[in-house]
Design a binder for this molecule. Structure first.
Ligand SMILES: [Zn+2]
Ligand SMILES: [Zn+2]
Length: 299
């Protein structure tokens, strides 16, 4: 079967690249609308900061000298900077169709048939846009709404979401390694997590026994820490799949817009592709404003 790339837009890629230089990605000003978003982001930031300070000032001094602690502190500071800055940009970057300049909120001549009607917004919206009830807006190439970043993940902020979940998983894995050393020192084994309820009950019934309280605290920290590794790691894996196929979370297997790994990376991470992993502040413009998509069709 012959596969060819069909251009949804009529203008060439060169023109899109020229246009890209002039696109300003809009930032959100004002409060997050939903309580679940506020709770999600707050829990997120609290867990990140707790592990950052807990490892640096409580756990590491028990195992490392001053030089080792300094190295550990520098590495974890760099990881936490990437987590929090990607999170901030993910929260504040707008993906709504309304945030586009007015002239781009209408289809180009000859492209009207590619746009579809949103019953809630009562207007035509670009291909790959769909409505988010929490944001109460149509989102450009909507992937999903994530309460833990308080925003829809879409065309303009997916890059930040990908590296946020990546660094959150890495940072939590480093903390987990440190916390297992702490657990080992206090005689808490991995399988003690299975009987965590019993340990917590025992500590509650014997408040005078200090070693049980330490036991209980370590088991609690390990429980949260394991969740903090697995959840962002699972998110990152789903994002890898969507990048490979240039699909979205609600339809992983869709390959309509799969233009090959290199092009997909550019469309999602911008012109600097994987170099964006080094810092969220690396400039990496996207090839278009999220309204015009090339598709791959089997003919
Ligand atoms: Zn809508
Ligand atoms: Zn949303």
């Amino acid at each position: 079967m012959k596969i060819s790339h069909v251009f949804v837009q009529l203008r060439g890629i060169m023109q899109s690249q020229v246009q890209m230089q002039t696109i300003n990605i809009p930032r959100r000003v004002g409060a997050i609308k939903s309580w679940t978003d506020i709770m999600g982001v707050s829990i997120n930031v609290c867990i990140i900061l707790f592990f950052y300070f807990f490892e640096a000032f409580y756990v590491m001094p028990q195992f490392l000298g001053l030089f080792g602690q300094a190295v550990h502190f520098l590495v974890t500071t760099w990881i936490v900077y990437n987590i929090l800055e990607n999170l901030r940009l993910c929260v504040t970057t707008l993906n709504t169709v309304d945030s586009l300049p007015p002239q781009m909120q209408q289809p180009m001549k000859g492209e009207e048939h590619l746009w579809h009607f949103c019953k809630i917004c009562q207007r035509n919206v670009p291909p790959r846009s769909w409505h988010c009830n929490i944001c109460d807006a149509c989102i450009l190439k909507r992937d999903h709404h994530c309460n833990f970043v308080g925003n829809c993940v879409g065309h303009n902020n997916q890059r930040y979401f990908i590296w946020f979940s990546f660094y959150a998983a890495i940072g939590s894995a480093v903390a987990l390694f440190d916390n297992f050393m702490l657990a080992h020192k206090h005689g808490v084994g991995f399988f003690d997590l299975v009987k965590a309820n019993y340990i917590i009950f025992n500590a509650y019934m014997n408040p005078g026994r200090k070693e049980l309280v330490i036991f209980y605290r370590i088991v609690s920290v390990l429980g949260v820490n394991i969740f903090a590794v697995l959840f962002p790691a699972a998110l990152f894996c789903t994002q890898v799949v969507t990048v490979i196929k240039n699909s979205v979370m609600h339809d992983y297997s869709d390959r309509t817009y799969d233009l090959g790994l290199g092009n997909n990376l550019t469309l999602i991470l911008g012109s600097r592709r994987l170099w964006t992993c080094l810092s969220p502040n690396i400039k990496s413009p996207l090839p278009h404003n999220g309204t015009r998509w090339k598709s791959k069709r089997a003919v």
